[in-house]
Design a binder for this molecule. Sequence first.
Ligand code: ATP
Length: 783
Amino acid sequence: VSGAAANSGDAADLSSAATAAKAASTSAGNLPTPPGLSFLTEDLEDKVRSAGESFQFETEVTKMMKLIINSLYKTKEIFLRELISNASDALDKIRFRALTDKKALGDTPDLKITLVADKERNTLTITDSGVGMTFKELKANLGTIAKSGTAEFLATVESQKNNTNLIGQFGVGFYSSFLVADRVTVVTKNNEDKQWIWESTSESNFRIIEDPRGNTLGRGTQIVLHLKPDAREYLEENRLRELVHRHSEFVSFPIYLWATKTETEEVPIEAEEEEQTTPADEESEDIEDITDKAEKDAAPKTKTVTKTVTDWELTNQQKPIWTRRAKDITEREYNEFYISFTKDYQDPLTYNHFRAEGEVEFNSILYIPKKPSPSFLQPGDDWSKNIRLFVRRVFITDDLAGFLPRWLSFLKGLVDSDDLPLNVSRETLQQHSIIKVIKKRVVAKAIDMLRALAGKDEKKYLEFWEQYGAAIKLGVIEDQANKKKLVKLLRFRSSHGGGGKSGLFTSLDEYVLRMRKAQPQIYFMSGENIETMGTSPFVEKLIARGYEVLYFGDAIDEYLVNVLVEHDGKRLQHVGKSGVKYGDEDEAAKTALAEAETKFEPLRDYLRTRLGEWVDTVRVSYQLTTSPCAVLAGEHGVSGAMERMLQQQVAGNKDDFRAKMYLQQKKVFEINPDHPLILGMLEKVKAGKQELLDDSVYVLFEATSIASGFSVRNASDFAKKVEVVVRERLGVDAKAEATVNVVPAPDVEKRSKKSETEEEEEKENVVEGEGEGEDEIDGHDEL
Ligand SMILES: Nc1ncnc2c1ncn2[C@@H]1O[C@H](COP(=O)(O)OP(=O)(O)OP(=O)(O)O)[C@@H](O)[C@H]1O
C-alpha cells in the first residue's frame, strides 16, 4: 500500500486507497482476516486524519469524556459492555424497521455483532450489522450529547467527585471507548446514506470523511479501538470471552469472537509412514508372512493430529431469559441479566418473573433495584424508559411514558407480548387496548411481588421500605384502584417495642391486632423526628396508659392521612389534635370531667381572653399526666409539621388562600386539672391576681406549643417575655436596664481615589481567587 498515494488527497488516490484497503483486508494482522469483514488500513486512517473534515466536540462531550476517564479508570472493562449495548440497540432498530419495510435488511440480513482483536496493529474492532448512522447522525450522535438531563447528570457527578457508583448508574455510552483507546475510528453505513469514517483522539475535535472504499459494511457500524499501552489485555481472547459472559451474556443478538482454537483430527497415515512402521522382510517364512499380514491389517490407518484453527466463536446464549421457565433459571442468572439490562452496578433487591395468561398473554420480568435513582420522586424525574416492550422477542420500544404510575417509578423490567401486532406503531402504542390491559396486570404483579416479599422476608421488605416507602405512600394517595392493597404494604415506626430510634416498624393490620378493648381510633403523632414525637405530652399520656402510637415522620404523611382517614373501620387520630377518644370513658369519668370543667371555669375564661389571639378552646383534660398543659390543633387545623410546610408555601405564593386559611386556624389549649401549676394558676385567678400571670401564661403557651410540635410565632416577643419571667423568678427589678458602654469606631481612614487600572487589576484578582477552590476564603471582606 502506498502511503504517499493515499495521502495525496485527489479522487484517483482515493480509489487506489480503496483497492489497497481491499487487498490489505485479506491479510490484516496476526490472524487470518475473518471472511466477510474488511478493515481499515493504516494509510487509510492517515488519510482520515489529513483529509477528513474537522468538527469540534460540544463542550459537554469533552467534559463527559474527562469525567469518564477520571472516574472509571478502575473499571475500564465496561467499555465493551457499552459498545456491545450500542450495537445491540442499533440491531434492535433495524429489526424493528424491517417489520414494516421488507427491504430494510437488504443484502445484510444477518443481525450480529463481531469482535476481532488484532495484536499486531493493537486494535480491537467491534462490528455490528445494525441500523448504522447517516452523516448527520454521526456528527450529532458522536459529537454532542443529545440526551436531555445529561447536563444535570454531569453537575451531580461533578459535585460528588469520583463517585464511580453514581456514574455507573448511567450508561456512559460510546465515550467510554476512550477509557481504553487513545484513538477511535468509526465506520458506519446507514441505508439512507453513503459509508462514512469518523475518527478522534479524544481531544477537542473529531474528523469525518466519506469512506473511499465505498460500501464495505453492507449496513451497520464498525468501531476500531486503537488500544492504549495499558489496555492490551483486551486483545486477549480469554479476556474478551470473559467480559462478554460477564456483561453481555443476555444480548439478544449473536456475539461472535474471531478466535483460535485447537482441534484434533483423525488424518490418514501417509504411505511412507506406513512403510516405516511395517516390517517388510521379503526373505521370511510363509508362516511369518501370515502373521505380518494380520499385524499389518490391525495397524492404525489414521492418526490424531492437533491443529490450530481460527474461526468465529459464538460467545453468548441469546435465548431471551424471559422465555425460559422460571424454575430453570438461577438467581444468579436473573441478577446478571438485570445488571446487563439496566447497567446498574449492583444486584437487584428482588424480582418477579411471570407469564400472564387469559385476556392477554405476555412474559415479563420485573425488578426492584436496591437503590432508587438519584432523581427518584423528584420533580422532573423521567421513568418512561424503565420498562422495555418486546413483541414476540422483538424489541419494540423503551419509551413507554405513562406505562407505570408515578408511585411505581422505581420498577424496572420488560414485557414481551404475544398479542400485540409486530408492526404496532410506537406513536399509537399507548392507546392500544392490549397495552392498557398489560399495564394493569404489570401494576397488579408488582403489588403481588411486594406482598410476597413482605410476607416471606420481613427484613428484606423493610430494606425495601427504607428506600421506597414514600412511593407506596404516594400510591395510596394517587392510585385509587389499588389503594386497599397498598395500605396493607404501609409500615410506620411505632411506640410498640420501645419507641425512639429503635421504634419498630409495624403495619396497620398489626396495630389493629394490638388495639385495646374498645379503643376506637388508631393513634398517631406527626413531627420531624421520633425523639421529639416520642416525648410530646400527648404521646406520653397514651403510652403511660398502655396505648400504642404510630410516628408519622415523612412530609408525605400529612397528605397520606387526608386520604387514608381510617383503616379496618378505625379512624386515624392525630394525638395532637382535638378528638382523641379512648372508648373506656365511663359515666364516672364523664361526671368528673364535667365537674373539673366547672371548677376551672374562671381559669379557662381568663386563658381564653389572654391567649384569644391564638386559642379558641380551653378545656380540662385528664389525658395529660406529667405535663401541665398541651396545645393541640383544632379538628380542622393542621399539625406542626404541616403548618411549617404551609408557611413555606405561603412564603412562595402570597395568594395561596387555602394555606393561609389553615394557618389562621386557632388552637385548643388543654389544662391538666391535677397539675400543681394549673391549680396554682386557678388560685391566682380566683384571688383576682390575673396580671401576675400574664407573662408566664404567654411563655407557658409558647413553650408548650414548641413541645407539641408547633413553631414559635414571634421569637423576639417570646425571648422578651422569657426575660421578664426570669427576672421575676430571680427578684431582679423588671425596669432595671443594663449599663451600655458604647465604644465609638475609629475615624474614617483617609484614602485617595483609585485609578481605573487599579480597580481593574483588583477585579481580576478576585476572579482568579474564586477559581482557586473553596479553601481560599481569606481576605473576603464579609468574612
Ligand atoms: N453501534 C452503533 N450503531 C448505530 N448508532 C450508534 C452506535 N453506537 C452509538 N450510536 C448512536 O450514538 C448515540 C450516542 O451513543 P452513546 O453510547 O453515547 O449514548 P446512548 O447509547 O444514547 O446512551 P447510553 O448512555 O445508554 O449508552 C446513540 O444514541 C446512537 O444513536
